[in-house]
Ligand binder design. Structure first.
Ligand code: ADP
Length: 629
C-alpha cells in the first residue's frame, strides 16, 4: 500500500468514525446544531464512500452517481454556512444567497449535459471558493472576539475550512500538473483533508477530554487568583472577578452573579447596573430556588415571562448554578450565550464547581467584613474610653484648682468676714475657669470635627492680613514671629475657624519652642490655592509620631504633660477645619530642630469668585507689606 493509499484509508476511516460519533449525539439529543454537524460529516462521508467505490473497486461510476457526488460536494460550503449561523450570527442575506447558490448548482448538475459545461463548472468553483473563504474568515473573526474554549473551537473550525479549501484546490489542479508532480500533490491533498477532518471535529464537537484541556489554563488562572479575591476592596469587585473567571473558564460571552438579599428574598444582579428580581424569577432564580444547576438551551422559550429580557441581553442559552456555602445560600452564578452550541451539558458541572468556589470566596469576604466591623466597634469603644479618660483628666486639674481656691475663700470669708477678698485667689479662679472653658470648647469642637460640622458662614478673607494680625499678637522678643507674604491672598473662608487654625499652629510653634526661637509664617499663592506654612525651631517631632499627629488625643512621645499642657485635640481640629474647606494640612519635622505645618486651601469657591477677586484688588491697594514683624 502506497503512502497516499494509506492516507486515503486513514482519512476515510476518520470521517466514518466522526460521522458515527456525531450521529450518535443526534440520536441522544437532537438539536439543530447537532443535526447540522451530523449532516456535514455525513455528506463528507458519502463523498468518501463514493471515492472508495470508484478508486478501490475501480468501478466506473454511473452518471447519476457522479452528479450526486458533485451535488453533495456543493452542499459542503452551504452546510458550513449553516453551522456558522449556529455558532455566530450570519446575515440573512448571506444564508439566502448560499441556499440559492446550492439550488442553482444542483439544478445545473441534474439537468445539464454529461460533461459539465465550462460556464457551470466556473460557477460551481466560484460558489465553492467564495463560500469557503467567507466561512473561514467569519470563524477567524468569531475566534478573535471569543475567549477560552470558544475561541479555540472557532480557530479550529477556521483552520479546518482553510485546509478543506486547500485540499479541494489541489484536487482541482491535479489534472493540470505534470504527471510526476501529481503524486506529491495527492499526498498533500490527502494530508490537508485528514487535518481538516480533525480540525472540524475538534471545533464542532470537541471530545470532553480536549474541552477540559482547553479549559484548564483559564481555570488554573482563576483558581490561582481565587485566594486573593476575598481581599479585594469590596464585594462588587469580587463579584466582577468571579464573573470574569466564569466567562473565561467556560468561553462564555457574559456571566452574571445575583446576590441573595435575605431581608426581601430577592436576587440582586450587578452586571449593567443593579437589577433586582424575586429569588425565584429568571433561570438563575429557578436554579437558586431548586438549589441545583440548570441548563436552558432556549431561555426565552423556557422562561417566556422574561423572554424580552433574554432577547435584549442576547441570552439564548443560560446556564445557572446556585452559590451556596454549606447551609448558607448566597446567590446564583449564570452564564449566557446568544448561541446554543457553545456549551455542552458537562459545562454545567464546571459552572457548579466555579459557583462553589465563588461561595467560599464570598463567605471569606463576609467573615473579613464581620471581623472588620468587630474591630471598628472595639476601636470606637476604645476611642470613647480614651476620650472620656483624657477629657476627665484634663478637666479635673483646673476644676480641682477652682474648687480648692473657692473653698479657701469660703473658709476665710466665714472666719474673717471683714477681711477683703484675696485678689490673687480670685485671679486664679478666673484663669482656671478660662482654661476650663477652653478645654470644654476644644472638646465640643472635636465632636463637631468628628461630625464634619465645623464650618459656619464663609466670606471673602485676606489670609495675609489675618496671619499678619495673629503674628503681631504673638510676637515677642523670645519668639519673634516673621510673616513673609508677597501681597494679599483672598479666598472665601469661615473667618473664625481660619483664625482658630492659625492661632493654634502659631501657639503650638511657640509652646513647643521652650528655648525660644523665630516662628516664621510664609503665605503664598499657588494659582487656585493659597499656601501658608508655619515653621518653628523648637523641639521637633519624632518620626514615629508623624503619621499619628492629627489623630485625636495623640501627643508626641517627646512631650510630657507637666512641661507642655495640652490634650492632643488641637491638630485634629485644625485638620478638620482645613479639610472642610477642601484643603490639606501636612507636617514635616526634624526631631530636635523644628517643625513646619503646611496648609493648602482652595482660593475660589463657586459664585463668590467675583467678590473674592474684587476684595483682593482692594486689599492689594492697601497692603503693600512684603515682610512684617
Ligand atoms: P496639644 O498641643 O494640646 O498636645 P495638638 O493637637 O495641638 O495638641 O498637638 C498634638 C501633638 O503634636 C502635641 O502634643 C505635640 O507633641 C505635637 N506638636 C504639635 N505642634 C508641634 C510643634 N510645633 N512642634 C513640635 N511638636 C508639635
Amino acid at each position: 500500500m502506497s503512502a497516499i493509499q494509506f492516507l486515503q484509508v486513514l482519512t476515510q476511516i476518520l470521517f466514518v468514525l466522526i460521522s458515527l460519533v456525531v450521529t450518535r449525539a443526534v440520536v441522544q439529543r437532537p438539536t439543530r446544531t447537532r443535526i447540522d454537524i451530523a449532516a456535514f460529516f455525513g455528506v463528507t462521508t458519502l463523498i468518501i464512500i463514493d471515492q472508495v467505490l470508484t478508486t478501490v473497486f475501480t468501478v466506473i461510476p454511473p452518471a447519476w452517481l457522479t452528479v450526486a457526488n458533485s451535488a453533495l460536494f456543493m452542499a459542503l460550503p452551504y452546510l458550513l454556512i449553516r453551522l456558522l449561523n449556529d455558532f455566530t450570527t450570519v446575515p440573512a442575506l448571506i444564508v439566502r444567497a448560499a441556499e440559492s447558490g446550492l439550488l442553482i448548482a444542483i439544478v445545473g448538475l441534474v439537468s445539464g449535459p454529461a460533461p459539465i459545461p465550462g460556464a457551470l463548472l466556473l460557477f460551481l468553483l466560484a460558489y465553492f471558493c467564495v463560500s469557503m473563504l467567507y466561512v473561514a474568515a467569519a470563524f477567524i473573526r468569531a475566534g478573535r472576539t471569543a475567549r477560552g474554549v470558544t475561541r479555540r473551537r472557532m480557530e479550529a473550525v477556521a483552520v479546518g475550512s482553510v485546509l478543506l479549501g486547500l485540499a479541494i484546490l489541489i484536487l482541482g489542479m491535479i489534472p493540470l500538473l505534470p504527471v510526476d508532480a501529481r503524486d506529491t500533490a495527492r499526498l498533500i491533498e490527502q494530508l490537508a483533508l485528514l487535518a481538516a477532518g480533525l480540525a472540524y471535529f475538534v471545533g464542532f464537537a470537541p471530545p470532553p477530554l480536549l474541552r477540559r484541556a482547553w479549559q484548564e489554563p483559564e481555570l488554573r488562572a482563576f483558581l490561582g487568583r481565587a485566594a486573593s479575591l476575598p481581599r479585594l476592596p469590596d464585594t462588587a469587585a469580587i463579584v466582577r472577578e468571579l464573573e470574569r473567571g466564569a466567562e473565561a473558564a467556560l468561553g462564555a460571552p457574559a456571566a452574571s452573579i445575583g446576590l441573595w438579599n435575605e431581608a426581601d428574598d430577592t436576587l440582586r444582579y450587578s452586571g449593567g447596573g443593579p437589577r433586582v428580581y424575586r429569588s425565584d424569577e429568571l433561570i438563575g432564580g429557578r436554579a437558586f430556588t431548586a438549589q441545583r444547576a440548570i441548563f436552558s438551551s432556549n431561555a426565552p422559550r423556557d422562561d417566556p415571562r422574561h423572554a424580552d429580557l433574554y432577547r435584549a441581553s442576547n441570552a439564548t442559552t443560560v446556564l445557572a448554578a446556585p452559590i451556596t456555602a454549606g447551609e448558607q445560600r448566597l446567590g446564583v452564578l449564570s452564564v449566557f450565550s446568544s448561541r446554543a452550541p457553545l456549551f455542552v451539558d458537562e459545562d454545567l458541572r464546571l459552572l457548579q464547581l466555579l459557583a462553589d468556589q465563588g461561595a467560599v470566596i464570598l463567605e471569606s469576604r463576609a467573615l473579613i467584613d464581620e471581623a472588620g466591623r468587630v474591630r471598628a466597634r472595639e476601636e470606637a469603644i476604645r476611642l470613647k474610653d480614651d476620650f472620656l479618660s483624657a477629657a476627665a483628666h484634663d478637666l479635673k486639674t483646673p476644676l480641682t484648682s477652682i474648687i480648692a481656691t473657692a473653698q479657701l475663700l469660703e473658709r476665710r470669708a466665714t472666719r474673717q468676714p471683714d477681711r477683703p477678698i484675696d485678689p490673687q485667689a480670685l485671679a486664679r479662679i478666673v484663669t482656671e475657669g478660662l482654661r476650663l472653658r477652653t478645654l470644654v470648647i476644644e472638646l465640643l469642637d472635636a465632636a463637631r470635627t468628628e461630625q464634619g460640622n465645623l464650618l459656619g458662614h464663609r466670606e471673602p478673607l485676606d489670609l495675609t492680613a489675618l496671619v499678619g494680625e495673629i503674628g503681631a499678637r504673638h510676637h515677642s522678643a523670645q519668639h519673634p514671629v516673621v510673616v513673609e507674604a508677597a501681597g494679599p491672598i483672598v479666598g472665601t473662608y469661615d473667618r473664625a475657624r481660619i483664625a482658630q487654625l492659625f492661632e493654634n499652629l502659631v501657639e503650638n510653634a511657640i509652646k513647643y519652642s521652650p528655648a525660644g526661637g523665630e516662628v516664621s509664617i510664609a503665605v503664598r499663592s499657588g494659582g487656585d490655592t493659597a499656601e501658608v506654612a508655619v515653621s518653628d525651631r523648637g523641639i521637633g517631632i519624632p518620626g514615629a509620631d508623624l503619621p499619628h499627629l492629627f489623630a485625636r488625643f495623640h501627643r508626641g512621645t517627646n512631650v510630657d504633660d507637666r512641661q507642655f499642657a495640652g490634650m492632643g485635640l488641637g491638630l485634629y481640629i485644625c485638620r478638620g477645619i482645613v479639610e472642610e474647606h477642601g484643603g490639606e494640612l501636612h507636617v514635616s519635622s526634624v526631631f530636635g530642630e523644628g517643625s513646619t505645618f503646611r496648609v493648602t486651601l482652595p482660593r475660589r469657591q463657586g459664585d463668590t469668585m467675583d467678590t473674592t477677586r474684587a476684595n483682593e484688588e482692594g486689599a492689594r491697594a492697601q497692603v503693600g507689606t512684603a515682610r512684617r514683624h
